[in-house]
Write a protein that binds this ligand. Structure first.
Ligand SMILES: [Zn+2]
Length: 269
């Protein structure tokens, strides 16, 4: 249905116009799905999926898997997991009282120009590396200003360690949050993005937008406090260019949720 047909059938409704603008405003440009190449940025959900050491891991319970008495095939499962594990979204409600819950985060918040900041070299030297405001300035010098509606993603190379919890988290012990080591964003970097740029969200290829040893989760506090979501445990960022791709990360719509599993993809230019 074309826009004109839609307007006529809605009898001149202004709502149609507003929705159309809102869907494209977040990215600042139209998305051409026909010409795009897609990269899946999602780790699989199974018994090896990495969760926070204190969180419930993914469990799949087979309900049916075989031929029915009627002769046709039937397969179905139950699953159970924490919201925060595998490739997932942190809703603003995760670290901000009154922040948007998963169902209330606009779908457009997970859609935007993918700004990939490569900190492989720094993370190789220091597993507790925090992406700095200088790293963002360096990206802008090479690629131009971080665009409006961007989703700024840290690529530390950590996805290559998946799904080994010892190497990915720093510990393989259930409940052990005292020995977490992995890179994240710094306070200065997220403050710059929230206050000096107009971003939709941030993302990381590690378990948390705050680095492993964090005790105050200040990056979560600042980002969620600005009512913006974060995306964690992203995969395959090595196959995404520093700029020009579009990220689409859509969470399971958990009513009242603090986050949830996401299927994230990059559309390459
Ligand atoms: Zn989370």
């Amino acid at each position: 249905m074309t826009y004109r047909q839609r307007r006529e059938s809605c009898n001149g409704s202004v709502v149609g116009v507003v929705l159309l603008l809102a869907l494209t405003a977040g990215t600042g440009r139209a998305i051409d799905l026909d010409s795009a190449r897609l990269i899946d940025l999602t780790h699989p959900f199974d018994e090896t999926t990495i969760y926070w050491p204190t969180a419930r891991h993914f469990q799949l319970e087979v309900v049916a898997h075989g031929k029915t008495p009627g002769g046709w095939w039937y397969a179905a499962n139950n699953f159970c997991a924490a919201e925060h594990g595998g490739t997932h979204m942190d809703a603003p409600a995760h670290f901000a009282r009154g922040g948007a819950t998963t169902d209330r985060v606009p779908v457009t918040a997970g859609i935007g120009p993918l700004v990939k900041v490569d900190v492989h070299a720094q993370a190789d030297q220091n597993p507790d590396y925090r992406l700095t405001a200088d790293d963002l300035h360096t990206w802008e010098r090479a690629n131009g200003p971080i665009p409006r509606g961007a989703i700024v993603v840290m690529d530390s190379g950590w996805a290559a360690r998946w799904p080994d919890p010892q190497r990915y988290l720093g510990t393989a012990a259930a409940g052990d949050t005292a020995n977490l080591h992995f890179p994240g964003f710094s306070r200065e970097a997220v403050e710059f993005l929230v206050h000096e740029r107009d971003i939709n969200a941030i993302g990381v290829d590690t378990p948390s937008i705050d680095y492993g040893p964090s005790q105050d989760f200040i990056v979560h506090q600042i980002l969620n406090g600005a009512n913006k979501p974060g995306f964690e445990n992203l995969a395959n960022l090595a196959r995404v260019p520093p700029h020009g791709a579009t990220l689409i990360a859509l969470p399971m719509k958990i009513e009242g949720g603090s986050g949830g599993p996401v299927r994230a993809i990059a559309l390459l230019p």
